[in-house]
Design a protein around this ligand. Structure first.
Ligand SMILES: *Cc1c(COP(=O)(O)O)cnc(C)c1O
Length: 332
C-alpha cells in the first residue's frame, strides 16, 4: 500500500489545466450563520460533466504513453466516472469504451455515446460489464481506468485540495464527500502539505459506508451495497486496495456518517437557499453542518462534489415526497 506524494498533484495540476475548469468558491451567508464561522462552498458540481471526476480521469489518460492512449481506455462505470472518462478521452484524442449491462436505462447509454465514447452492452450485471472490460484489456490492449484506487486518479482529484487552500488558506477544516477515497486521499495530501493544521473530514452515508467499515476493521472489508440518496458514494473500496485505504487511514482526521433524511435536507437547502442543484453525494457537506454532526472551530470549506441528480428525484426531495425524507436511520 503506497501513498501519492504532493509532487504528483502539482504535476497533475499543470497537466490537466487546459482541460478542466477552475471552479468558483464562494461564502454562504446562511451556512456561515448556522456554523458560527465562515463557510466556503467549492462549486465543483459546476465542473464540466457535473463532477470532480473529470480531474482524475483527464490526468489518468494524459499519464498514458501515446500508444496506450491510441489503443484506448475502458471502464464499467455509467456514473460520474464513466461520464468523465468519456469526455476526457474525447478531449485528449483517446478512444474510450464504456461497458454496461442490459439493465442500464437507455438515457444513460445515450449520454455516454453523446460524449463520444463507445457504449458496449453486455450481460445483466455490473460484474458482467467488468468482465467485458477485462476482456477488452486482454484482447485489444486497452487500459482499464478504475474510479479511485489509481495513482493518477488520486493525483488528479488532489488538485481540488490545492485550489481550496488557495481560496481559504486558513481553513480550520475541509469537508469532503467520501466513497472509495480517491477524492479525499488526494485532497488530504495537498491540504496537509499546504497547512498541516487544517482538519480533513470525510462524509459518507450510514447506508453502506465501505471506507468507514474498513477503518474500524483495520483493513478493507466487504460491505453490502444498499440503495442510498448519495448513490455516487455507494460501492466497496476493493479487498486488495492499493492506495486509498492507507492514505485515508493516515491523513484523514475524522469520518462522519449521515442518515438519508439528513442528506435529503442538504439537497433541499442547496436548492432553496444556495440556489444550487446537487446530487446526494454533493450535498453531504452542507447536510453535516445543518444537522450539527460537524461543528467547525473556524472557517471551513465544503466540496460540492457533483450535481448529476435526475430531475424526478430532485423534485420529490424538494416536495418531501421522496421516501428518504422520512428515513431517519439506516436500520428500521
Ligand atoms: C465519485 C464521487 C464521490 C466520491 O469520490 P471517491 O473518490 O470515490 O471517494 C463523491 N461525490 C461525487 C459526486 C462523486 O461522483
Amino acid at each position: 500500500m503506497t501513498h501519492i506524494d504532493f509532487t504528483a498533484i502539482l504535476e497533475a495540476r499543470r497537466a490537466i489545466a487546459p482541460y478542466v475548469l477552475r471552479t468558483p468558491a464562494y461564502r454562504s451567508a446562511a451556512l456561515s450563520e448556522v456554523a458560527g464561522h465562515d463557510v466556503m462552498l467549492k462549486a465543483e458540481h459546476r465542473q464540466t460533466t457535473g463532477s470532480f471526476k473529470l480531474r482524475g480521469a483527464t490526468n489518468a489518460i494524459l499519464s498514458l504513453d501515446p500508444d496506450a492512449r491510441q489503443r484506448g481506455v475502458c471502464a464499467a462505470s455509467t456514473g460520474n466516472h464513466g461520464r468523465a472518462l468519456a469526455h476526457a478521452a474525447r478531449m485528449t484524442g483517446a478512444r474510450a469504451v464504456v461497458c454496461m449491462s442490459r439493465l442500464v436505462p437507455p438515457n444513460k447509454v445515450e449520454a455516454i455515446e453523446a460524449l463520444g465514447a463507445e457504449a458496449r452492452i453486455v450481460g445483466m450485471s455490473q460484474d458482467d460489464a467488468q468482465c467485458e472490460v477485462d476482456a477488452l484489456c486482454a484482447a485489444e490492449a486497452m487500459t482499464d481506468i478504475p474510479p479511485f484506487d489509481h495513482a493518477a486518479i488520486i493525483a488528479g482529484q488532489g488538485t481540488l485540495g490545492i485550489e481550496i487552500m488557495e481560496d481559504l488558506p486558513r481553513a480550520e477544516a475541509v469537508l469532503v464527500p467520501l466513497s472509495g477515497g480517491g477524492l479525499i486521499a488526494g485532497m488530504a495530501r495537498a491540504i496537509k502539505t499546504l497547512n498541516p493544521s487544517t482538519r480533513v473530514i470525510g462524509i459518507s452515508m450510514e447506508r453502506g459506508a465501505a471506507m468507514a467499515a474498513a477503518l474500524s476493521a483495520g483493513r478493507p472489508v466487504d460491505v453490502e451495497e444498499v440503495e442510498t440518496l448519495a448513490d455516487s458514494l455507494g460501492g466497496g473500496i476493493g479487498l486488495s486496495n492499493r492506495h486509498t485505504f492507507a492514505m485515508v487511514r493516515d491523513l484523514v482526521d475524522e469520518v462522519v456518517l449521515l442518515t438519508e433524511a439528513e442528506i435529503a435536507a442538504g439537497i433541499a437547502h442547496a436548492y432553496r437557499v444556495e440556489r444550487e442543484i446537487l446530487e446526494g453525494a454533493g450535498a453531504v457537506g452542507i447536510a453535516a453542518l445543518l444537522c450539527g454532526k460537524v461543528r467547525p472551530r473556524g472557517p471551513v470549506a465544503l466540496v460540492l462534489s457533483g450535481g448529476n441528480i435526475d430531475m424526478a428525484s430532485h423534485l420529490d426531495i424538494l416536495t418531501g415526497r421522496h421516501p428518504a425524507c422520512r428515513m431517519e436511520h439506516a436500520h428500521g
